[in-house]
Design a protein. Sequence first.
Length: 440
Amino acid sequence: MMEFIGFQKQPRILVADDSRSARELIRAFLERNGYAVTLAEDGKDAVRKFRENPYDLVLMDANMPVVDGYRACAEIRRSSEGSDVGIIMITALDDDESVEKAFAAGAEEYITKPIRWVVLQKRIHLHLENRYAREAVAEARARMEAIVNTAPDAIVVVDEQGIIQSANQAAGRMFGHALAEMIGQNVSMLMPSPYREQHDQYLANYLTTRKAKVLGVTQELVAVRKNGTSFPVELTLSEVRLKDRTLFTGILRDITERKEAEQKIFYQAHYDALTGMANRALFLSTLEDALKRAKANGRRLALIFVDLDRFKWVNDNLGHAAGDELLKSAAARIRESLEAGDTVARLGGDEFTAILPDVSLERASACARRILERLNEGFALEGKETCISGSLGVAFFPDDSQNLHELLKCADEAMYRSKKAGRNACHFFVGESFSLPRRY
């Protein structure tokens, strides 16, 4: 019988009629067709039984004692369980006033007596199909909302004008907005400048040309929270073309932690942990790029090698902590001696190097002199003033060499000539050298 009805569950129908014979006749008909039937003797009985155990459909006689069908229909409609139940009014009255009264009370169908059973069966089946379809849609929507709202990623749906149509709880948490503050607003509210100002034009261009490189492609962008702070996100954008409009669904993931981890890994791989300067790997990469630019632009580049004099003495006599403090202080002084656009790195131990792009001989010489002067100033180490000096070597591209490794060798050789000359000196691979008086 259930297969005949075509429903997954047995529908439950409440029949209210003050005529016992009419009730039994309707029950017999419904039960033959596979429905579960409950009978009510009048409107009051029908309201009570519905409140105790709501039904899938109500068949209600209009004229009944105590509480008539119109009032009973209205009371059932006012209950939370009866707001969407199907109610079919069955009555012998067929005048316009009775029909309007029935629909005003909340009835959805009006069938006159004597009952045409085939019509009643069709009406019942139609109501139940509609009810179960609505329930299935509501259940599917609830499941989808549960999935969407428990998703860790933000999900934002916008229309063709860029207006936010829906967003999940994760989006509210991610951007710091209440969902009510987002729905109905332009999605550009989640973007920093200049993307905010450009978004509407970009969307309009896409809707005209239907050409976009971002659909279906995961990309990294910058978003902005309600408090104005920017943060990196990973966005996957998809398009849904409906019959009358187009929607865009964006899935966003906050990748702040990942970016911070990547930056930390990059920093550890390319920067010296003690001084914060570029390490040997980053220095070589930077020098290679600088040489390519200098060659392309026909510019001169200077490479300065710096070796700290007396560093071993500090380590041996004052300890490694004092040696580390000396390296950090010396690195800061070398960095302060350079100009904007110059690069300084720690190659290891007490050796540093500086890259001076687009430089003249005079500027390179002045920079080297500043480094010597600053290194020759006293350092406060372990509560004592300690004096050191520096030995510098300078080589030029393209004057001394056009090859990276040969240029490094030239600067290194020039630095060792400064060591042999008595320290606190600067030697050029080719050209005049100079030295300063030592304080120790």
